[in-house]
Design a protein around this ligand. Sequence first.
Ligand code: PEP
Ligand code: MG
Length: 842
Amino acid sequence: MQKHADIIDFTEITPSANIAVDRHGARAKCLQRLVRMDLPMPRTVALSFDAVHRIAQGKSPDISALMSCFGPAPLVSVRPSSADFEWGGPASILNIGMNDARHAALCDSHGETAATALYLRFIQSFAVHVARLDPDMFEPEEPSAKALRAALDAYADETDDPFPQDPGRQLLEVLRSMARAWEGTTARLLRQAKGAPADAGLGLVVQAMALGLGPAESGSGVIQFVDGSTGQRRITGRYLVQSQGRDAIAVREGAIFLTRDPRGASLEDRCPDVVAQLRRYGETCRLNLREEMQIDFTIEAGKLWVLDAVRVPRSARGAVRIAVMLADEGIIAREEALRRIEPRAVSELLHSQVDPAGPRQVIAHGIAASPGAATGRLVFGSAAAQASAARGEPCILVRRETTPEDIRGMHAAAGVMTERGGMTSHAAVIARGLGVPCVVGISDMRLNRRDGVLITADGRKLHEGDIVTLDGTSGQVLLGEVAMLEPALDDAFQALMGWAEAACDIGVRANADTPADAQTARRFGADGIGLCRTEHMFFEEDRLTVMHEMIFADRAQDRAAVLARLLPMQRADFTRLFEIMQGLPVCIRLFDPPLHEFLPQSREGVRDLAEALDLPVSDVQRRVQALSEFNPMLGMRGVRLGITIPEIYDMQARAIFEATIEASHNGDPVVPEIMIPLVSAMREVELVKTRIDSLAAAVRTERGVDFDYRLGVMVETPRAALRAGDIAQHAAFLSFGTNDLTQMTYGLSRDDAGRFMGSYVKQGVFAEDPFHILDAEGVGELLKIGAERGRASRPGVTLSICGEHGGNAESIAFCRAAGFDYVSCSPFRVPVARLAAAQLAL
Ligand code: PEP
Ligand code: MG
């Protein structure tokens, strides 16, 4: 039925009516589907976005024609219907049409208590949501003649007008108030934050009331057939006798179970037929809407009405299980199941999470650098973290920023927080690799190590031993212990990942430095290791000392002696990685960081080192000073170190080749990939390649065993991207290290950006943190140039990305479009990257 009044139209929701999500909203469309499935729904009329917009502007529909859709003297409700349920909307208003006359009539038919309750409820919601009066004056009350009189008087006093008695006027005012609320600035900003476009429209649905109050069995409830937080099949919900709307969910006491339950009374005890009917409707919805729905129902004098149905609200874990179940039952295709899961949500499954439903007291904020949450006692140094771990007490390590010396502390800690740093600072990269929750760049807290106190923005002083919870997913630091949700790597997750792997058309490897990382990478289904940062292998206590000895070796023969001690350690490292990866590709990056990163930073550290090396403190200090650089990230690191002190790369290459022989002998054949970091000129590659080739030849001859290997280059300076054509002549693969490439393209320190990144993003200088989401316009341009030039000079060259961007959905889309072979990211981001990549391929 289509009616015209002036220009504002409305449409009765019937099976054949012309109702569309983009004109009438998702609720109106869903209600039409319920009608088509023949569910018993009260008569309902939809107003389009356009109609509602005109109403907000002061135009009126033909109210009496609208009212007459519902028969004589109707009571109706109005509910919002935007294009996406997530965008919210104004509160629903029930019982429109209640007035003195209707009250009197209902007293006869439904009894005075029910009639008064209905009238009171309408006065309260009209006063608060439409007339915008103080809610305190219209608190819900027990229905009585006195309460009703008081509410009517309060309304009249506050508005200087008696409570409107004309149902048409009531309805028009409700429609206008809801329309205007939607167009207000606050509501617009709120929904824009949830992804709504600035001009998102609101539709409204007007529905005849099913009363839920009155004689015989009357009441209302909400039912769903899966548990939204686990996704397990189980009926949940509540029913409340003599109630309306969502009272059954809102009340603390009085609501009863839906199905028979040893804990108490149930609707099934009272009305088994109604529950059987609801079960059938749930199944009908599941099959026809291809979704698990939550159904709002009302029983009016024994008759069941379905008023509304929405997707069951769900956690990430629930979403995965529901999608997999629907696909397993053939209700949706596997592709559809993959499409329904937000890749970011998958990362929630891999870690503990702060329970979103629980209370939290936030004491500081920073950049969410590694997801998951952990509770522990504060410790301000790595030694304390290790001591805490030894006692079996979880701890949260707090540092101004972390250095390689903190690695052991980070291993021992349940979570890491730093005052400084950004998405690719040391703490962030290491924590993601370890799967440890981490928040960096917490500029609203100060660590004063001397006094052993951590001071928050509101002046709160925390000491070592105090308990905090770190939420690396939101970037918040919370006071004390809070409720958590455990990780869920269950069968549903595994099934979804299997489907994603089958659908993916770009490889997903892991950045893995240790056997533990490699095992995680395998568990999450990585296609290999795309970046093994070998320097991380030297942070263990015994090795750090050997590294120190190497750095302090003055003469080549001394250095050779130390490297000879490191060789078996590295060989064992690589053998283990190859074994774990079982023939999958393993890309090993030669030593990269500036040597001084391996030197002690504190006075105690210098003293410990002097002791270990049996040297005077002054000697050690002098050496540390000699190695210090004004700008170490742009100094003696990467291939520059490899060319200046070639014995280090020689040792690493030999270790890789010997491990290749060993691992291939015992297991799957290994073709190692060796990657040269921080290249900016072709000649650098030539020099390193010549030495590595001759080392390979030497090892082959010594061992009498042949093996293959691939040598490649890490493109992480702008010049390397521009000269990728030359460089590719000597490189079987090019892997874009977008952390350094972003740093150097912007001229923006990856370790210091955290200080102002928030303010830059807030003011729109950068749309996003470029260390987090690949800057497609700038850094991306270099990637495209590098890929094109590399491919032009060497058509089969393998292209990949191994910076932190490798785990980000937008960046993966960019790499896939640019024809890259694979992305590589922290092991814990492999499933996220896999799902994002699969969705792109669907
Ligand atoms: C990079 O620079 O992108 C990279 C992967 O290397 P690292 O983070 O170790 O500098
Ligand atoms: Mg780098």
